[in-house]
Design a protein around this ligand. Structure first.
Ligand code: PLP
Length: 404
């Protein structure tokens, strides 16, 4: 008999952009749909009909988060599926269009689809970003040609939190007559998203970034947008996405959206205050530390700081030993010793791109946790720098002067 591995939960969790805890209210809302209301929503009998009503209620809650019509919400299995569906589905529906525009700093869920399209003979433009991770809107304008079918630009970057000006990007796309998809996986639940105001045709959300479980996502499809289905089979989701609905997870996502609507303003102000305390404290205590990303225009829960002369992986291991979970970038690319593609695209110098660490907070983060990180992090950095051949006597002297 094999025994299950012992899993020790991290004491302090600062990796909420990778995934976050499912809210207790969400778990409670989901439970009856495993063993009580387990019917198939497509069944003709009352049992299925009852379940279908709960799916529609959850759809309305997601629509309320986005201020859109419930019919514009398609449930998927995750953010990656939503991104794939949006991009591949849009190009399949527009066979005459052969040009895709995105940015160099997208999540692999978008970048990989770009590579896939390149292999199929499409031309793909990856817009560069500046030092803070912003694109040049003029460059976007001039990149659009009559061949362009779709622009996909993320709402908020997962590594730095930098926000993209989606309203202005959408206005350019409208003017040029091309569709706009935005990956809002890191924005949903953290900042208001109003589809009545945003000129966006397709938008992706992932449940596990807003306190719903892993395994549920959403693709918003503006009414009238031509889009091929990604999953084909039954007629679920108005034939937009086949497959028996994942009812407990859909219900959980609906609840998570309701919680986000009710708490967004108050909670995000609290989270922003904690994030700012953490960031300011680290940068004041640790010499040769640099903020990555746009300091003003970003989601409230994320900070990404480069610590010069040391390796991000070593920082993470030492933090982990101190009971703190953080990240050196996207969880999907961790395990590689290459510096993050996002920081490289921003032109962050190699010397501190390597030592960059992302702290991402959530509504469950406390001030005591921030204080704990502030108390251990300077010691970790000092210890690692003492072992670094790049941390010379001369630099050490400058660091001492900084600390006094
Ligand atoms: N897009 C962004 C910006 C992300 O941060 C992530 C996950 O980290 C994804 C897409 C993929 O979402 P999922 O894990 O639900 O597939």
């Amino acid at each position: 008999m094999t025994s299950s591995p012992v899993v020790t939960p991290p004491l302090i969790y600062f990796d909420n952009n990778a995934t976050c805890a499912v809210a207790p209210e969400v778990i409670e809302a989901m439970m009856p749909f495993f063993d009580k209301f387990y019917g198939n929503a497509s069944s003709m009998h009352f049992f299925g009909g009852q379940v279908a009503k709960h799916i529609e209620h959850a759809r309305a809650e997601v629509a309320a988060l986005l201020n859109c019509a419930p019919e514009e919400i398609v449930f998927t299995s995750c953010g990656t599926e939503s991104d794939n569906h949006a991009i591949r589905g849009a190009f399949e529906a527009l066979p005459e269009k052969k040009h895709f525009i995105t940015t160099k700093v997208e999540h692999p869920a978008v970048l990989s689809v770009g590579k896939y399209l390149t292999g199929k003979g499409y031309s793909v433009t990856q817009l560069p970003v500046d030092k803070q991770g912003n694109i040049d809107l003029h460059e976007l304008k001039t990149a659009i040609t009559p061949e362009t079918g779709l622009v996909s630009i993320m709402f908020a970057n997962n590594e730095t939190g930098t926000l993209f000006p989606i309203e202005e990007i959408g206005a350019i796309c409208r003017e040029k007559g091309v569709l706009l998809h935005t990956d809002a996986v890191q924005a949903a639940g953290k900042i208001p998203l109003d589809m009545k105001k945003l000129p966006v045709d397709l938008l992706s959300i992932s449940g596990h970034k807003l306190h719903a479980p892993k395994g549920i996502g959403v693709l918003y499809v503006r009414r009238g947008t031509r889009l091929h289905p990604f999953m084909i089979g039954g007629h679920q989701e108005r034939s937009r996405r086949a497959g028996t609905e994942n009812v407990p997870y859909i219900v959980g996502l609906g609840k998570a959206c309701r919680l986000a609507i009710n708490a967004m303003f108050e909670e995000n102000n609290r989270v922003r205050t904690l994030r700012d305390k953490l960031e300011k404290g680290l940068m004041e205590k640790i010499p040769f530390s640099y903020l990555n990303g746009n300091p003003h225009w970003r989601i409230p829960n994320t900070t990404n700081i480069g610590f010069e002369f040391i390796e991000g992986e070593a920082i993470l291991l030492h933090l982990s030993a101190a009971g703190i979970a953080a990240s050196s970038g996207s969880a999907c690319t961790s395990g590689s010793l290459e510096p993050s593609h996002v920081l490289m695209a921003m032109g962050v110098p190699f010397s501190y791109a390597h030592g960059s660490t992302r702290f991402s907070l959530s509504r469950f983060t406390t001030e005591a946790e921030v204080d704990y990180v502030l108390s251990v992090m300077p010691g970790i950095v000092d210890k690692l720098r003492d072992m670094s051949p790049f941390y010379t006597q001369e630099i050490r002297k400058q660091a001492k002067a900084f600390q006094h």
